[in-house]
Design a protein around this ligand. Structure first.
Ligand code: ADP
Ligand code: MG
Length: 135
């Protein structure tokens, strides 16, 4: 599956979360996503970047425009080396939070993406990959 464009951004501050939103928009436009789909993937990226900062202690995101035959899309991979998530199913449940949020970020990001993959090891960190294909 060839990749046409990639970037990597550190997530260390709220300013970085804004930059992730902006770069996700640029990549979503390049992938040819509709305005509605751009908004979906930007919202998902924003939630995951915020979690990377708040719970993962900071980390990074890899962005790629992807192609599969005639299909184009966007893939984002968020990685941190924070405490990890002990129970992923529980963390995905709407309303579950260990912080002061609404607990809708992970479940929301999953619903807004066409692909969602989460790997987390307690004590080692968290890696979440999402993709959105052009409809
Ligand atoms: N990168 C991460 N590292 C560790 N824990 C995380 C991470 N992302 C999410 N979590 C855990 O999953 C919970 C649910 O996340 P989310 O659905 O975004 O809700 P909220 O951010 O409102 O707490 C968080 O409260 C936290 O316990
Ligand atoms: Mg959150």
């Amino acid at each position: 599956m060839p990749t046409t464009r990639t970037d990597r951004l550190d997530i260390r501050s709220s300013d970085d979360v804004v930059k992730v939103r902006q770069q996700t928009r640029t990549f979503a436009v390049e992938a040819g996503l509709s305005l509605v789909d751009q908004t979906k993937i930007i919202t998902a990226a924003s939630e995951l970047a915020r979690n990377t900062l708040d719970y993962g202690g900071g980390g990074l995101v890899h962005l790629e425009v992807i192609e599969d035959g005639a299909r184009r899309g966007l893939r984002l991979c968020f990685e941190d080396h924070g405490p990890g998530i002990a129970d992923v199913q529980q963390a995905l449940r709407d309303g579950f939070t260990t912080g002061s949020g609404l607990g809708l970020g992970l479940g929301g990001a999953k619903r807004l993406s066409s692909e969602f993959h989460i790997e987390s090891k307690p004590g080692a960190g968290t890696k979440i990959t999402i993709a959105r294909w052009k409809a």
